[in-house]
Write a protein that binds this ligand. Structure first.
Ligand code: SF4
Length: 234
């Protein structure tokens, strides 16, 4: 069980990273929310497309763009069709996701990378995660959060995804967090056993929790993490 804390808004008393606590947070969230079926996609390629489209927008807009694409392609979104499609057409189809001209270029770049593996996810999964991460980060428009999302949810490689929700929740609970994406990722990877199912579920749980309780103005009263949280809320 999580330890009860009496601290409240005590920035000078931040917790150091602690595997027990990180694992307890996971257990508490898992007990509260159950298994979350993430990422919502029919194929690994569609997952990768969604990871690009969701940059700087909400998932509803992504769903519209994916539905548009699927409608135009009469069903499944296939990488061969995305590569063959004129850039302007692709941009118009994903318009609802915002930054559609840039995202169309990014989708083409990601699909060209995937072509290297004959659009075969099992071929890509044979490659070591660290190598795939370097390759993805070299693709135009793919930053660490998008790369790690693709690694975790399409390629089954355990990297801890860092997003604003992760930072917000862990900061409020009271952890001393390093600045910089990779520093925080490595800290979590050193403290949470590197298991793909855990990493897929942990990220999904943090996103769900940030939407349900640990919102901008948090709903602490009924929060499942109430007892372990220092509530460092600005
Ligand atoms: S909702 Fe409140 S109690 Fe729960 S994690 Fe966020 S800040 Fe902590």
């Amino acid at each position: 069980m999580l330890k009860t804390t009496t601290h409240n808004t005590m920035h000078n008393n931040l917790k150091a990273a602690d595997p027990t606590t990180f694992n307890d947070i996971f257990t508490q969230l898992q007990q509260h929310y159950g298994h979350l079926p993430w990422w919502p996609a029919d194929t690994e390629y569609e997952m990768m497309v969604g990871a690009i489209l969701t940059q700087n927008t909400n998932w509803k807009n992504v769903e519209k763009a994916l539905a548009n694409l699927a409608g135009h392609l009469t069903g499944k979104i296939a990488p061969q069709q995305i590569l063959a499609m004129p850039l302007d057409t692709l941009a118009q189809l994903i318009r609802s996701s915002g930054y559609y001209n840039q995202k169309a270029i990014k989708l083409k770049a990601l699909t060209l990378w995937y072509q290297k593996y004959d659009f075969d996810i099992s071929q890509a999964r044979c490659i070591e995660g660290a190598t795939l991460r370097i390759e993805l980060l070299a693709v135009n428009g793919i930053g660490p959060e998008t790369a790690d999302s693709i690694l975790v949810y399409a390629l089954d490689k355990p990297f801890f995804i860092i997003d604003n929700y992760t930072r917000r929740i862990l900061h409020r609970i009271g952890f001393e967090l390093p600045t910089g994406y990779d520093k925080l990722r490595l800290l979590l990877e050193q403290n949470i056993p590197r298991n793909i199912t855990t990493y897929q579920q942990y990220h999904a749980l943090l996103v769900e929790h940030a939407k349900r309780y640990c919102t901008k103005i948090p709903q602490c009263q009924h929060c499942p993490l109430y007892c372990c949280c220092q509530k460092n809320i600005e």
